[in-house]
Design a protein around this ligand. Structure first.
Ligand code: CO8
Length: 258
C-alpha cells in the first residue's frame, strides 16, 4: 500500500512507522490514523517482526488531532459517525510491543497516541501536553484516563486544566517516559530497545505485555491471579526449556518462537 501520511520500513526484526505530515507537525487526521492501523496489521501478521517503533520528526511526534479537520464538526458528526474515534484504539490492540520514540511536540492526540504505546522513549527536546482545553474541548483519545495512571492525579490535572507543556526531564521524573536521551541518539535508542525485545521469545513478550497491562484494568488480586496463570502457562513453551537450559549451560539462548 502507498501511504500518504506515514513512512513504513523494517529494521531487522523491528517495524518502524514514521509519521510524515511535516507541514502540519504530524497532526493526526483520519487517513493518517487509518494508515497507522494498516501498517500495524502488516507488522502483526509478519513473523519477521518482533516489535514496533512509532516515531515522528525532530520537531514533532504529533501536535495533536488535526484541528482543521474537526473545526466544523457538529455533535452528530462526532457521535454518529464515530468519525475521529473509530480507528484510534488500534495501537492498544496490537499484541506485539509498540514503542513511541518521541522528539519535539507530543500534544493532545499526539500525547495520547504515545501513551497508547507500551513504552515512551523521549528525546531531551520532547514536550508533552494535553492543551485541548484551549480549543474548548477535552482530551478524547484516553488522555484523562492514561495520563493520571502514568503521572498521578496532581500532574494530570495540572496538564489538562492549565494546558501547560511538560518537558522530557519532568516527564521522566513523573513516570510518563521510560528513558530520556539526547535528540540525535533517540531513534537509535528506541530501535535498539525494540531489537532487544524482538530477540526474546515472542509468546513470552506478549504474555508480559498482557500481564503488565492488566495492572491498569482491575484489582491487584485479579492482576496477580492473571499473572500467575500466565506464568504457569509459560512452562508449556519450548522457549522456557531453551532459556533455562541455555542459562545452565552458560550459552546464549536460541528462542524458537520469535
Ligand atoms: N492540527 C492541525 N494543524 C496543526 C496542528 C494541529 N493539531 N498543530 C500544528 N499545526 C499546523 C499549524 O497550523 C501550522 O500550519 P501552517 O504553517 O499551515 O499555518 C503548522 O502546523 C506549524 O505550526 P505552528 O506555526 O503553530 O508552529 P509553532 O512552532 O509556532 O507552534 C505548536 C507549535 C505549539 C505545537 C502549535 O502548532 C500548536 O499549539 N498546535 C496545536 C496543539 C494542540 O492544540 N493540540 C491539540 C489538538 S486537539 C486534540 O488533539 C484532541 C485529541 C482528541 C482525539 C480524538 C480522537 C479519539
Amino acid at each position: 500500500m502507498n501511504y500518504e501520511n506515514i513512512l513504513v520500513e523494517t529494521r531487522g526484526r523491528v517495524g518502524l512507522i514514521t509519521l510524515n505530515r511535516p507541514k502540519a507537525l504530524n497532526a493526526l487526521n483520519d487517513t493518517l490514523v487509518d494508515e497507522i492501523g494498516h501498517a500495524l496489521d502488516g507488522f502483526e501478521a509478519d513473523e519477521g517482526i518482533g516489535a514496533i517503533v512509532i516515531t515522528g520528526s525532530e520537531k514533532a511526534f504529533a501536535a495533536g488531532a488535526d484541528i482543521g479537520a474537526m473545526a466544523n464538526f457538529s455533535y452528530m458528526d462526532a457521535y454518529k459517525g464515530d468519525y475521529i474515534t473509530r480507528n484510534w484504539e488500534r495501537v492498544k490492540t496490537c499484541r506485539k510491543p509498540v514503542i513511541a520514540a518521541v522528539a519535539g511536540f507530543a500534544l493532545g492526540g499526539g500525547c495520547e497516541l504515545a501513551m497508547m504505546c507500551d513504552m515512551i522513549i523521549a528525546a531531551d527536546t520532547a514536550k508533552f501536553g494535553q492543551p485541548e482545553i484551549k480549543l474548548g474541548i477535552l482530551p478524547g483519545a484516553g488522555g484523562t484516563q492514561r495520563l493520571p495512571r502514568a503521572v498521578g492525579k496532581a500532574k494530570a490535572m495540572d496538564l489538562c486544566l492549565t494546558a501547560r507543556f511538560m518537558d522530557a526531564t519532568e516527564a521522566e521524573r513523573a513516570g510518563l517516559v521510560a528513558r530520556v536521551v539526547p535528540a540525535d541518539k533517540m531513534l537509535d535508542e528506541a530501535l535498539s530497545a525494540a531489537e532487544t525485545i524482538a530477540g526474546y521469545s515472542l509468546p513470552v513478550v506478549m504474555m508480559i505485555k498482557e500481564s503488565v497491562n492488566r495492572a491498569f484494568e482491575g484489582s491487584l488480586n485479579e492482576g496477580l491471579l492473571f499473572e500467575r496463570r500466565v506464568f504457569h502457562s509459560a512452562f508449556a513453551l519450548d522457549d522456557q526449556k531453551e532459556g533455562m537450559a541455555a542459562f545452565v549451560e552458560k550459552r546464549k539462548p536460541e528462542f524458537k518462537h520469535r
